[in-house]
Design a protein around this ligand. Structure first.
Ligand SMILES: Nc1ccn([C@@H]2O[C@H](COP(=O)(O)O)[C@@H](O)[C@H]2O)c(=O)n1
Length: 271
């Protein structure tokens, strides 16, 4: 039997959705221009100095090609990703960013959620299906994005990199453990108990845009069905083979959540 059919037969009470955020729930591009990641929203904002912006852009131009390079191994990439995230977080921590400015920074940014986000969040909420957002982005920023989009429903849980502010609301550092593209697995979830509480939710729909997102469900105690849907946004030709091997469904240059919503509609409606 196919995975989608098995998930439907198990029923909505057994289902949970685990999703990446940047470039999976948010758009990769619009009208030929790149949309920002949660990190980029901060990097490009008015609260970062011109020198800071340049240094953050230099880091992006150096490390992003490494992140998506299909020829490099995970072992090669991991220490370099730690280096990128740590250097970027240190730079951001020097900018005296105020907690009270986050909402405006987000509302002034070019971030866009994928078309169909309302249906996705609202369907999952309506049927009380837990949505776990597991992100190597900036938690405070992505939470604000979904709050401003009016879809931060009670069934949504987020694990990400959160900012640590001092008593005056000034950013001093980022809280640990550091989450980067290639350590999104049980090792950074210790102490959260999230998946243990959902141990009866043994059907999973996993949404990601990188090879690192494939391990996001590793902490789920007893997976019975898992449907992995991958958004292939960049270096499409070079990475297609690896994505097709790893994901059950690969969506190329698709800025919508239409396929995901169609599957959920099928799974969640009784026939
Ligand atoms: N300083 C940084 C570090 C990372 N990024 C990008 O953000 C993405 C966040 O990861 P998700 O797991 O939430 O997709 C990642 O893919 C990096 O390209 C950044 O923009 N700036």
């Amino acid at each position: 039997m196919g995975i989608i059919q098995s998930i439907k037969e198990q029923g909505m009470n057994k289902l949970q959705v685990i999703s990446d955020f940047d470039m999976t729930l948010s758009r990769f591009g619009c009208n030929g221009r790149r949309c920002p990641t949660s990190h980029n929203i901060l990097d490009n904002s008015r609260v970062v100095s011109e020198d800071g912006k340049k240094e953050l852009k230099d880091l992006l131009h150096y490390y992003y090609p490494i992140e998506i390079d299909p020829e490099r191994t995970l072992e090669e990439k991991c220490p370099l990703m730690v280096e990128w995230w740590s250097r970027a977080h240190d730079l951001l921590a020097q900018q005296k960013i105020l907690k009270g400015d986050i909402a405006q920074i987000v509302s002034e940014s070019d971030v866009m959620l994928r078309d169909g986000f309302n249906e996705l969040f609202d369907q999952l909420h309506k049927y009380s299906v837990p949505l776990f957002i597991f992100s190597a982005g900036v938690g405070d920023i992505l939470e604000e994005i979904i709050r401003q989009a009016n879809v931060f429903h009670p069934n949504v849980n987020v694990v990400s990199n959160y900012m640590d502010f001092d008593d005056n609301g000034v950013l001093k550092c980022f809280k640990g453990p550091l989450i980067h593209t290639y350590n999104k697995n049980h090792t950074v979830l210790q102490g959260t108990e999230y998946f243990q509480q959902l141990s009866t939710r043994t059907s999973i729909i996993l949404l990601g845009d990188s090879m690192g997102d494939l391990t996001m469900a590793d902490g789920v105690p007893s997976v019975e069905n898992i449907l992995k849907i991958g958004f292939l946004n960049d270096k499409v030709e070079e990475r297609r083979g690896k994505y097709l091997d790893a994901y059950d469904i690969v969506l190329e240059s698709d800025e919508t959540l239409d396929v995901v919503n169609g599957i959920l509609r099928y799974v969640l409606t009784e026939t």
